[in-house]
Design a protein around this ligand. Structure first.
Ligand code: SF4
Ligand code: SF4
Length: 476
C-alpha cells in the first residue's frame, strides 16, 4: 500500500452538510464541496487538523486507536507527549500523570520529553557542524514537513534530518522493554498519546524513515477523562517514573524546542498561516543570520493540537508553572542510543502535486488557461462553486475536475443569455411565417437548457437540498 498519502484526517460523509466552511480554512486548498459533500484530495492534505477545528458538524475527524489496543500486546509502554502535562490544573509532579498511566493499564511509560532532550542535544551539534545549510528548519511537526514536501521544494535541504522525539522515544522504549521482559519486540506495544492528527499520520506514514516504531496512537482528548480519576489515586503514592526536565517538557509549547537549542539566532512561529508566511519569506531569502527555525502548525505549538482538551494559551501557561518544579534536564546520551535512532534514514523528496501539467510547457499552457478563466469569474472567492477561490476553480477546470457552470455567476449570465434568446424567438413565432415550426423546436431546446441550468443553480445555492443522507460509511 502506498502510505505516502495515508491520512488520519478524514470525512464522515453522512455528517457533512456541504456548508463550505472548511474549504477556506484548509492551508493547502485540499478540500472541495461536490454534490453537497466535502471531499479531501489526499495528495494535498498535510493533516494539520484545521478542518476538524472549523467543522461545527463534526464531519471531519481524526482516525486514531482506542484504549482497547492495550489488549493486543503482552507488554505495553505509554509514550506521553509533553503537551499531555499541560492539560491538568495545578500539576506539580509529572509522576502523578505517569503513575495514572500505569493504573490505566500500561506496563511502563517512556516520556517523549526525555527523548526530546536527546534530540535537542544532537540538534545543537548537527546545526553547529553544518553552517552551509543554515537556517535549519525543525522537523518535529509532521504537518510542517509535509507542507514543505509539497509546496516549498527549495527548502527541503534546510530540513533538520533528525527524527522527531516521539520516534526516538518509541525506539528507546521498545529496546528497554525487551531488556526488561525478555519478550520479542513484536509482543511489546509502544503507544503514543498524541495531541494532533498529524502525529497519528506520522506513526503510519513517517517521513525520513521507512517505518515508525510507534505501534498505536491514542488521542489526548480520549485518554484525558479516563486519567483524571486515576490521577486522584496516583496522587496518594506516585511512582518515581519521570525522566525529563524543563528542556524536554518545554517542547510541548511553541518556542520550547528552539530554547533547547541554546542559541539566540533562532525564529519560532506557530499557527499554520504564520508558518506559511515564514516559509514564503525564507524562500525569498528574507532571513539572514538565523541558524534555526522552529515551526509548529498549531497555535501555541503542540499544546494547540486539535486532539487536546485545554485552550492552547492556558495550556502553555500551565507548562510554564510546571517548569518551576522541574530540573533543567534529566536525560543525557546513553550508550543505548546510536545515530540510526536519531537520524533520518531516508531523504524527504519533493512531491509536485500542485504542478498543473506533466512538463514545463504543459504547465505553462494550463496556467494560461487558468488566467483566462479567472478573467471570466467575478473574483469574489465566494466558495459557492465548492472551491476555495476563483483561481482554485479555474485550476480544477483545467485539470478536468469542474466546469465553468460550477460558478454561479457564470451560470447566472448563461441563464440570462438563454432567456434573451428565448424571448427573441418567441417574438418571431408571434410574428409568424414559414419558420414558426423550427422556432418552436429551438424554443423547446432553450427551455430544456434553462430548466437544467436552474437546477444547477439551485444545487449550488442550496447544496443539501435533494441530497439523501449518507450511509454512515466513513469516506476519504
Ligand atoms: S459540514 Fe462539510 S462542508 Fe461544512 S465544514 Fe463540515 S466537512 Fe466542511
Ligand atoms: S487536515 Fe489540514 S490540510 Fe488536510 S484537508 Fe484538513 S485543513 Fe486541509
Amino acid at each position: 500500500m502506498d502510505t505516502r498519502f495515508y491520512h488520519s484526517v478524514h470525512l464522515k460523509k453522512d455528517l457533512c452538510n456541504g456548508c463550505i466552511n472548511c474549504i477556506k480554512r484548509c492551508p493547502t486548498e485540499a478540500i472541495r464541496v461536490r454534490d453537497g459533500k466535502a471531499i479531501i484530495a489526499g495528495e494535498f492534505c498535510i493533516d494539520c487538523g484545521e478542518c476538524i477545528r472549523i467543522c461545527s458538524h463534526h464531519a471531519k475527524i481524526s482516525r486514531r486507536d482506542r484504549p482497547d489496543i492495550l489488549g493486543r500486546y503482552k507488554y505495553t509502554v505509554a509514550l506521553p507527549a509533553p503537551s499531555l502535562y499541560s492539560q491538568f490544573n495545578h500539576l506539580e509532579d509529572i509522576n502523578i500523570v505517569l503513575t495514572a498511566l500505569i493504573l490505566l493499564g500500561f506496563n511502563d511509560v517512556y516520556e517523549v520529553a526525555a527523548a526530546a532532550e536527546l534530540v535537542s542535544e544532537e540538534s545543537r551539534k548537527y546545526v553547529a557542524d553544518h553552517p552551509e545549510n543554515w537556517p535549519f528548519i525543525s522537523t518535529a511537526c509532521p504537518s510542517v514537513v509535509r507542507l514543505i514536501r509539497v509546496r516549498f521544494p527549495n527548502l527541503i535541504e534546510h530540513l533538520l534530518p533528525i527524527n522527531p522525539p516521539v520516534e526516538v522515544a518509541a525506539r528507546l522504549a521498545r529496546r528497554e522493554a525487551v531488556k526488561k521482559t525478555g519478550l520479542p519486540p513484536d509482543k511489546i506495544g509502544v503507544i503514543f498519546l498524541s495531541p494532533c492528527p498529524s502525529k497519528v499520520t506520522y506513526a503510519r506514514s513517517p517521513l525520513g524513515n521507512a517505518h515508525s516504531d510507534i505501534d498505536g496512537v491514542l488521542a489526548i482528548q480520549d485518554i484525558y477523562p479516563i486519567l483524571l480519576p486515576l490521577m486522584k489515586e496516583a496522587e496518594k503514592s506516585p511512582m518515581d517514573l519521570a525522566r525529563a526536565g524543563r528542556i524536554g517538557v518545554g517542547w510541548g509549547g511553541s518556542g520550547g524546542e528552539a530554547a533547547g537549542m541554546i542559541t539566540s539566532s533562532y525564529l519560532a512561529a506557530d499557527g499554520i498561516e504564520n508558518v506559511i508566511r515564514v516559509l514564503e519569506d525564507l524562500e525569498d531569502e528574507k532571513f539572514s543570520d538565523l541558524n534555526f527555525i522552529e515551526l509548529n502548525a498549531c497555535n501555541g505549538g503542540c499544546v494547540g493540537g486539535v486532539l487536546t482538551v485545554e485552550n492552547p494559551y492556558v495550556a502553555k501557561a500551565k507548562l510554564k508553572q510546571l517548569n518551576q518544579y522541574l530540573p533543567v534536564s534529566m536525560t543525557h546520551k546513553t550508550p543505548d542510543i546510536d545515530n540510526t535512532d536519531l537520524y533520518w534514514t531516508e531523504p524527504v523528496e519533493y512531491l509536485p502535486v500542485f504542478r498543473l501539467g506533466n512538463s514545463m510547457m504543459e504547465s505553462l499552457a494550463m496556467l494560461n488557461k487558468v488566467n483566462r478563466l479567472c478573467q471570466k469569474f467575478p473574483g469574489l472567492d465566494c466558495g459557492s462553486c465548492g472551491a476555495p477561490t476563483c483561481k482554485a476553480l479555474a485550476e480544477d477546470i483545467v485539470r478536468g475536475n469542474a466546469t465553468q457552470n460550477d460558478c454561479i455567476y457564470v451560470l447566472k449570465n448563461h441563464i440570462h443569455k438563454l432567456m434573451d434568446n428565448a424571448n427573441t424567438l418567441a417574438n418571431n413565432i408571434f410574428i409568424g411565417g414559414d419558420n414558426a415550426k423550427e422556432y418552436i423546436y429551438i424554443l423547446k431546446q432553450y427551455i430544456t437548457q434553462l430548466s437544467s441550468d436552474i437546477s444547477l443553480l439551485d444545487a449550488s445555492l442550496n447544496p443539501s437540498s435533494g441530497q439523501e443522507d449518507g450511509d454512515g460509511q466513513e469516506a476519504d
